[in-house]
Design a protein around this ligand. Structure first.
Ligand code: AVI
Length: 324
């Protein structure tokens, strides 16, 4: 059964152009990482997930293949026995389906949430065909904003599911804000819970190649953000005039991606001139690598407590079960 796709209400928020101008006007120039994901960027990210150096996706899938049944068994039960699986950032259903189809799982509804309506429409078509008895209620939303689940699933307690280590791309203060909002969205008073996948802290010798691969796919992904900025902000960046850099920041426990200007140059953007000195960088992304304990203490700041933790056979990736 398919609910209408829930669309967000237009809000007063800051425009993308304002975000770009403010980031490029800062001392350390930055760009919003969400601009990675235009069509070309989504294709490049897909290729990244298949690279030999990028272990993250394979490790998480191995974890789910081994533990999906145990994870799904923690879903809260309503009086009828069912629960809703609410997947954040569901660009496809491949990970969610592992929980929905796990032996003994009793989900009655699936709410994939994503910013891309096209991806959700495609999920709806496939899921209606493969899971005709499931209530499907896709939601188009930027899940960093407050969010209310569709009325059609209000009767079921929820298991939130945020795979992919996307939470690793949030700064710690954003993690806490996001987890506080998720407590409201998932209605913790209904005994809802939250399952979150995070890449684990490991030696930089393993991390750096994962973000600076031999084929240059991550470099192309990083430079592609400039193509996207050229379109949305009428800019004339020359992506080849910037080098891809992946740096391990030990103090903050994160991989940083930067684009480094190869020469002194100027860029026109929305009628303004942006100057770069030779070697100056634009900081484009953070990918935090949380230890198990570090993530649990961040979650505690938002009112969640850890109930279980799973990892893959190589202990590269972690999956946390949080209770409200
Ligand atoms: C989407 N996110 C979890 C990826 C990561 O590993 O931080 C994005 C990425 N950036 C470069 N490679 C992959």
């Amino acid at each position: 059964m398919l609910d209408d796709i829930t669309q967000p209400l237009p809000g007063p928020g800051v425009s993308v152009l304002d975000e770009i101008l403010s980031g490029l006007g800062s001392r350390q120039k930055t760009l919003p990482a969400k601009l990675f994901y235009d069509e070309a960027g989504c294709d490049l990210f897909n290729r990244i997930t298949q690279l030999p150096e990028y272990y993250v996706t394979r490790a998480e899938v191995a974890l789910l293949d081994r533990h999906a049944g145990e994870i799904a068994a923690h879903a809260p039960r309503s009086s009828s026995g069912g629960a809703t699986l609410v997947e954040y950032g569901a660009s496809d259903e491949s990970k969610g389906v592992r929980l929905l189809d796990a032996e003994g799982s009793r989900f009655e509804a699936y709410v994939p949430i994503d910013i891309a309506p096209g991806a959700l429409a495609a999920i709806a078509v496939r899921m209606q065909a493969s899971h005709p008895r499931l209530t499907l209620a896709p939601v188009v939303a930027d899940f960093l904003q407050p969010l209310v689940l569709p009325a059609s699933v209000a009767a079921f307690p929820a298991m939130g599911f945020f795979p992919g280590s996307t939470i690793g791309n949030f700064r710690p203060d954003m993690v806490v804000r996001f987890l506080e909002q998720a407590r409201q969205t998932l209605s913790v008073e209904q005994r809802s819970c939250f399952v979150i996948g995070t890449d684990l802290r490991k030696h930089p010798a393993r991390l750096i190649p994962a973000y600076d691969d031999a084929q240059g796919v991550t470099a192309a992904f990083n430079r592609n953000i400039l193509n996207h900025v050229n379109r949305v902000a009428e800019a004339d960046f020359k992506p080849d005039a910037f080098a891809h850099r992946a740096i391990w920041n030990e103090q903050d426990g994160r991989i940083e991606m930067h684009l480094q200007s190869l020469t002194a140059q100027t860029v026109r953007l929305a009628g303004r001139t942006i100057r770069f000195s030779s070697g100056e960088t634009i900081h484009t992304e953070d990918s935090y690598k949380h230890t198990r304990e570090g993530f649990i203490s961040l979650a505690a700041r938002a009112g969640w407590r850890s109930d279980a933790f799973w990892t893959d056979p190589d202990r590269l990736f972690g999956m946390h079960l949080l209770l409200g």
